[in-house]
Design a protein around this ligand. Sequence first.
Ligand SMILES: [Zn+2]
Length: 175
Amino acid sequence: MKSLATTTKALIDPVCGMKVDPDKTDLVATHQGRSYYFCAEACRKAFEANPQKHLEPKPAKPKGWWGRYLERMAKSNKELFGGTRPHVTEPEPSGPMGNAHFSQLRIISDMRVLGGLVLFAVSWKVLFRSQRNHELAVTGPYARVRHPQHTAFMMIMLGFLVQWLVWRHDSPVLV
Ligand SMILES: [Zn+2]
């Protein structure tokens, strides 16, 4: 009960951001009718020298490399395309890389990913059961393939590879 009370009462030292229990410190400063508590005398002095500086909302944390990357992408996207995805009119596709062929590939790869997932799940069940019974897995998919989970995994990966190719083909900006 006591710990709950202290956590709810704990305040933030506006200078260094540390949690301070106002019951346990007499390092207090008053500014515009509010009391602020500090972890150390140095923090209190820094606050009293310039309270406003420490009460202003802190500037947003510098973004990491990923945030900067996204920002740069958004900026160049805006410069190049006005913020919207460009509409690219492609010539009518022909030959083996035509769109018809690719949509077939897409369906096949979808089915392969799905099939791989199903096979994976089914194999898992068989493997679990035979492990519990201390016997070799020979039923279900194991009657046909030696390593169904390996096969399933390969199917999923192959499916994703094909999807990636399709996606690359369909995304003129990113090619
Ligand atoms: Zn402090």
